[in-house]
Design a protein around this ligand. Structure first.
Ligand SMILES: [Zn+2]
Length: 315
C-alpha cells in the first residue's frame, strides 16, 4: 500500500482503531462512578458500529469477543491498580460538569491522582497504553487479524489463478524472509504434478513449498505467516529478478528494522493517548517521542528507498 492513498480501511486497521477507542472508554469510565451500565452500552455501540465494516464474519465475531473481554479486563485491572472504589470520584465528575472548565477538571484530577500516588497512576496508565486485546494467550488480536486477512487474500488469488492456469511463477523480493528465500522466483504447478517447463525450468507442486512445517509445528512455508509473495501465471521465458543471498540478507535486515520502528511509534502513540488528560507531562513526553520517532522513520525510509506504511504506524 502506498502512503496517503484513499481506500477502505483494512480489518486490522479497524480493529486497532477500535482498541484505541476502547482505551479511551475505559479512561472515561474510571472517572465516572455510575458508569458500569453506560460503559457496557457505549462499548456495545462502539463495537457494533466499528466492526460491521469487517467483511469476514468469523474474524468479526472473534474481534468482538476479544475486544469485549479486553475492555472489561482493562477496566478491572485499572480499578485494581488504582484501587478506586474508596475514592470520591463523583466529586470529580460533578465538578467537571459544574465548572465546565478544563482547568478546574484538571485540578480535580490532579488532586485525585495525588491521593492515589504518582507511581501507582503511572503504573496504571502505562499498563493501559501497553495493553493489547488477545485471542489466545500468545497471540494478539492484531496479529491474528493480519494472519486471517493475508491468508484470505492469498486463497482468493490462488482460486483466481486456478481458473486460468496450471503453472505459476512466484515473484521475488530483495527483502524476502529466510523462510521464503529458497522458494521465491521458482515455477510451481497447481495440479500436483512435477516436470520441466517448455523453457527448461524445473517445477514441483506448489504444496511442496507451502506445506513446510516450522519449528513450532505450524504449516509455515511459502505463503506462510506474513508472507507477501505473489504468484503469477507461468509464461515462457518470463523470469522474476534474481536476488542473491547477500542482497537478501541486507534488505531483510532493513525490513526488520523498519517493522521495529513502526511498532515503537505505535506503542508511544498509545501511551500518549493513555496519559492524555491524566498527566500532561507524560502526555507531552510520549507525544514528543512520537514526533521524533516519526522523523527518524521518515529519514530511514527515504535513506533506504522504502515506502512509509501509514497504516502500520496508524497516525
Ligand atoms: Zn514470502
Amino acid at each position: 500500500m502506498e502512503l496517503g492513498e484513499s481506500r477502505e480501511p483494512t480489518a486490522t486497521e479497524i480493529i486497532m482503531d477500535t482498541q484505541t477507542e476502547i482505551k479511551e472508554l475505559v479512561k472515561m469510565a474510571l472517572l465516572n462512578v455510575n458508569s458500569m451500565i453506560t460503559f457496557r452500552e457505549s462499548l456495545e455501540k462502539l463495537l457494533d458500529k466499528n466492526l460491521q465494516e469487517i467483511k469476514n464474519e468469523e474474524l468479526r465475531r472473534t474481534a468482538k469477543k476479544s475486544l469485549e473481554q479486553f475492555a472489561f479486563n482493562q477496566l478491572q485491572q485499572m480499578n485494581n491498580i488504582l484501587d478506586l472504589k474508596n475514592l470520591p470520584l463523583i466529586v470529580v465528575f460533578a465538578s467537571q460538569i459544574q465548572n465546565n472548565t478544563k482547568k478546574a477538571f484538571q485540578v480535580e484530577i490532579n488532586n485525585l491522582w495525588q491521593n492515589i500516588g504518582r507511581t501507582t497512576v503511572n503504573k496504571a496508565f502505562s499498563q493501559l497504553g501497553n495493553s493489547q486485546a488477545m485471542v489466545k494467550n500468545n497471540q494478539s488480536l492484531y496479529g491474528h487479524s493480519e494472519l486471517v486477512t493475508r491468508y484470505e487474500e492469498q486463497q482468493d488469488a490462488l482460486n483466481r489463478l486456478r481458473t486460468k492456469t496450471r503453472l505459476v511463477i512466484c515473484d521475488t523480493h530483495s527483502d524476502c524472509s529466510d523462510r521464503c528465500f529458497p522458494w521465491q522466483g521458482r515455477v510451481y504447478s497447481l495440479d500436483g504434478t512435477s516436470g520441466i517447463t517448455d523453457d527448461g525450468r524445473e517445477y514441483v507442486p506448489l504444496e511442496e513449498a507451502t506445506n513446510v512445517i516450522d519449528k513450532y509445528g505450524y504449516k509455515n512455508g511459502l505463503l506462510g505467516f506474513n508472507c507477501r509473495h505473489k504468484l503469477m501465471p507461468y509464461q515462457r521465458g518470463k523470469k522474476p529478478v534474481n536476488v542473491t543471498k547477500r542482497e537478501q540478507t541486507v534488505q531483510n535486515e532493513i525490513t526488520t528494522k523498519q517493522r521495529a520502528m513502526e511498532i515503537k511509534i505505535r506503542a508511544n502513540k498509545e501511551k500518549a493517548l493513555s496519559f492524555k488528560g491524566i498527566d500532561n507531562d507524560k502526555y507531552k513526553l510520549y507525544r514528543n517521542n512520537v514526533t521524533n520517532l516519526l522523523n527518524e522513520y521518515k529519514e530511514f525510509c527515504k535513506m533506504h528507498n522504502r515506502v512509509e506504511y501509514r497504516s502500520r504506524i496508524n497516525i
